[in-house]
Design a protein around this ligand. Sequence first.
Ligand code: URA
Length: 199
Amino acid sequence: MPTKTEQLKKIKDEVLALEESPLYAYRTENKYFPVIGEGSHDAKIMFVGEAPGRNEAQSGRPFFGAAGKVLDELLAHVGIERKDVYITNIVKDRPQQNRDPLPEEIKIYGPFLDRQIDIIQPKVIATLGRYSMDYIMRKFNLNAELQPISKAHGKLFDAEASYGPIKIAVLYHPAVAIYDNKKIPEMKKDFEILKGLDK
Ligand code: URA
């Protein structure tokens, strides 16, 4: 059985060679990197964002720009360290002009996220933003519980993963605070549902 690190490396190699992706040419023309994910391979909590922005595509690291600073502030608020969690996105390559991910992009990259979940086997998946909420809740048969993120944020849902019980934590995307700084207190309160779940 290959180790978790070997299995995750295989995902990286496959995404690097994913010429059939609609974002492949944009990545290579700009000398961008795909952003696979980073953090503990034994993380109890996995954060799932939408797609890399420019800073992320230039560095190959998730949440490495302005939204990443907000994420760090939210994590610090609940005493969770980046190194103890795993952070990834649904879409592994940067969409042009940071536009929202398209259905065909979610379709091509989603299976890589599914594999990352099965490899890392987190106890909690924290969704960042509505695309991630939508993808993860549907994946775990929570369609009936789907609500607009303005209603669902800050809630925890119980679900069943292939490897056992799992909780889904619905959170606003950190970039929300870049456009509306007044949202920070509410976002911090939402993050409190994660308190202690990283251990
Ligand atoms: N926004 C995301 O959804 N993911 C990142 O990695 C950075 C910004």
